[in-house]
Design a protein around this ligand. Structure first.
Ligand code: ASP
Length: 355
């Protein structure tokens, strides 16, 4: 057993308190190596490269090019537990599962469930687990919730974003997008010599943290940038990365500009930020600023985008943008992650009968 908090550098209690049904045991979880994916740290370098290679092999299927689906996960049941709003991630996992022949069942412990009759969240989860799901894909506002679920469920747990802690499949799909953009193989040192600038709200988001962990492991040179309240020096120190004084400095010579949205839903009430136009002028990726990137430099954004704030329309929709490609590659990554969670190799996914 270990505390679920330590790696995020953020006190989860300050993000959202756990519901009474879950209670004090929430802060701890059990690590089950091999198939759960709660944090980037659950994958060592070899497992990371293997997963990226598997995802890459699955891209044609994810993109709907060629075969439309395979049955490698036929009979598998995936529980989709999204306790926070989501478009891309929820549907991406669902599409990934369906493309491999698995079935997906959604659940929310809300007024439409037996929560309305006084059932606790924990009882509801144990009942669902008794139905024999193979894996649970979990999005929740509470840091460490997926890891805690590992101590409660027989089903394998896949983190689809927990509070400000981690979003491991987002980082994996970002890495796959960068590998593809620069023609790199998914091997140790894959990102050697590439400079990645992660810009915007790293403090109140989870995408930046997962990426700082993963991209560094793969050899990238990392720099963060943003207003001090969103990209603080402590975070740069915690991750051992550079902190640029302004956006222009961060972008100069960068091969990748990863733009992050201000996480307004998590900002402390007393935090004062510039209005959107002033933020865009200081910290927005504009067409003029794109010229600072290294030759062939690309733009990433995990979505949802706030156009005209952290990114200009012409950049989001322009030739350097890999934003929609991230979405396609995200399905491939989630196929590989779900196959791993269900104990099925990528090789089997590719060999299994086409439907
Ligand atoms: N979709 C990503 C997440 O769930 C990024 C964001 O919401 O800004 O963390």
């Amino acid at each position: 057993m270990r505390a679920a908090v330590g790696t995020s550098g953020v006190d989860f209690q300050s993000v959202q308190s756990a519901p009474s049904a879950v209670g004090a045991s929430f802060a701890v979880g059990v690590r089950r190596p091999g198939r759960d994916l709660c944090e980037i740290g659950d994958l060592d370098l070899d497992a990371t490269c293997e997963l990226l290679a598997a995802a890459r092999a699955l891209v044609p299927l994810a993109a709907g090019d060629g075969p439309r689906g395979r049955v490698a996960l036929r009979g598998a049941l995936i529980l989709s537990l999204f306790n926070e709003p989501s478009t891309r991630t929820r549907l991406s996992f669902e599409v990934a599962a369906r493309r491999l022949g698995a079935q997906v069942v959604d659940f929310q412990h809300d007024g439409a469930s037996s929560a309305a009759k006084g059932e606790t969240e924990l009882d509801a989860l144990h009942n669902l687990d008794a139905m024999g799901f193979d894996a649970a894909v979990v999005r929740d506002g509470r840091d460490g919730y997926p890891l805690w679920l590992c101590s409660q469920l027989r089903a394998r747990v896949v983190n689809a974003g927990d509070g400000v802690h981690e979003h491991p499949t987002q980082a994996l799909l970002d890495a796959l997008t960068i590998l593809e953009a620069f023609g790199r193989e998914p091997v140790p040192g894959a990102l050697d010599g590439l400079r990645v600038a992660i810009c915007g709200d790293l403090r109140h988001g989870r995408v930046g943290r997962s990426n700082l962990r993963l991209l560094r492991t793969l050899g990238a040179e990392l720099v963060i940038a943003g207003p001090g309240s969103l990209a603080p020096a402590e975070l740069a120190r915690e991750f051992g990365v550079g902190l640029a004084p302004d956006l222009d400095a961060a972008l100069t010579g960068a091969h990748v500009a990863m733009m992050l949205r201000i996480q307004r839903e998590r900002l402390p009430a007393d935090l004062r930020l510039p209005d959107d136009a002033s933020y865009h002028a200081a910290w927005g990726l504009t067409q003029a600023r794109l010229g600072r990137l290294a030759p062939g430099g690309v733009v990433l954004h995990p979505g949802p985008m706030n156009r005209g704030v952290e990114i200009a329309d012409e950049v989001a929709d322009g030739p350097r943008s890999r934003i929609l490609r991230q979405v396609t590659l995200g399905v491939a990554v989630r196929m590989a992650v779900l196959a791993r969670a269900c104990g099925v190799s990528a090789e089997t996914c590719l060999k299994e009968q086409v439907v």
